[in-house]
Design a protein around this ligand. Sequence first.
Ligand code: ATP
Ligand code: MG
Length: 188
Amino acid sequence: MRLFAAVLPPAHPLGQLAERMGRLRELPDADRLRWTGPDDWHFTLAFYGEVPEEALPELQERLGRAAHRCAAYELRIAGGGRFGDRVVWAGADGDRPAMRRLADAAEAAGRRAGLPMGEHRPYTPHLTLARKRTGRLDLVPYAAALAGFSGSAWTVTELALMRSHPPAPGVPGSRPRYEPLARWRLEG
Ligand code: ATP
Ligand code: MG
């Protein structure tokens, strides 16, 4: 199964971002992007890829220990950007060093559970808002429309292990679905 670790924002800041996203969706060519919604929004901490069933208990054990060591921290959804011409995202502000430590701990949990943690992207906490479908599209105006956005702060108190159900192949508009498998309180 396809797994990743994430921080899930609470409903209030998700609603604030959804409201702001309304502006982005009114920009020219917005319909050429595939938009995500509040139910999809999560901050990925570590990506595990395809994990065999038998590795799950150890991964859960390790993630539990990681959460035990890491402290709760303040976060808000703020600003945004783009990855090249492919992805528009909303960013994070607040105790980013603590977020980084949690991401490192989630990554280490995967490694210690024996998962091949292969490719490393530079860690940029983000919520994916839209992906380009086809063709050329300048995403700068979308990122610019998020500048100055700052949602309400909350305290991150949990780490979640998420399962990603890939979209049905060949079904236009179908999206991956994310399901929380387990959550642990940050107790460090
Ligand atoms: P899709 O792949 O259909 O565009 P998705 O990327 O949201 O959707 P997954 O590929 O299952 O779905 O990824 C789940 C989460 O893990 C997403 O937040 C995604 O950005 C992140 N992710 C995926 N691959 C990596 C990777 N190699 N490194 C870091 N994060 C990743
Ligand atoms: Mg993906």
